[in-house]
Design a protein around this ligand. Structure first.
Ligand SMILES: [Zn+2]
Length: 206
């Protein structure tokens, strides 16, 4: 997962399970957003367990006042959320996802990018971890591809959540060419068709 921006926003994006985003950046809708019970726990998504952690935050212990002017200006706009999740994505995917996110909000759906672009090194970590988890490369690659084959490394795939938002995107994404690709990954989307045309049939797995 690639994270940019301030600590409070980072916490907000870390995953559906993080409810401690804080009052500064939490929009009213986030406070009532239910935790998705069926969130997967596979190595690649939606929460990257191997994500390199920058020597960050420790916000509570930071000597600076919590209500700093900078933090006060950090407003929870759609643009902020989207800009984070689309960092380093291909322009086509970033545009499509931005448009879809705005449309989803009009339907009361908040699409979060759980994992977008990944470095090759990060993908390699996830792949090796998946091999340990599943016991073989053949099984592991159904969930996590090696870096040379990963659309995440190319910046052409996103994992989104929560599940309700992924369902919305699955139903409407083809408007912008966004398609769910695999039966076993409800969260993984790529630009896979021309905008306004039907998505190709899903593969059982990668
Ligand atoms: Zn994915």
């Amino acid at each position: 997962m690639v994270l940019v921006g301030g600590g409070s926003v980072t916490r907000a994006m870390r995953g559906a399970g993080d409810t401690g985003a804080g009052p500064v950046i939490s929009p009213p809708s986030a406070a009532v957003a239910p935790r998705e019970p069926g969130a997967p726990r596979e190595p690649g998504a939606p929460r990257d367990p191997g994500a390199p952690r920058a020597p960050t935050p420790s916000a509570p212990r930071a000597p600076t006042p919590r209500a700093s002017p900078v933090a006060a200006r950090t407003t929870p706009t759609t643009a902020d959320t989207n800009a984070m999740g689309t960092s380093h994505l291909s322009p086509a995917l970033a545009r499509a996802l931005t448009a879809a996110t705005v449309a989803a909000r009009r339907d009361g759906v908040r699409i979060r990018v759980i994992s977008g672009y990944r470095t090759a090194a990060h993908q390699q970590q996830l792949y090796e971890q998946a091999i340990r988890t599943y016991g073989s490369a053949r099984l592991a690659r159904r969930w996590v591809l090696p870096p040379a084959e990963s659309a995440h490394v190319r910046g052409t795939a996103v994992d989104v959540g929560p599940r309700s938002a992924a369902a919305w995107l699955q139903a409407h994404g083809d408007t912008w060419g966004l398609c769910r690709r695999y039966d076993n990954e409800w969260w993984h989307f790529e630009v896979a068709t021309a905008p306004g045309t039907h998505c190709p049939a899903r593969a059982p797995h990668a």
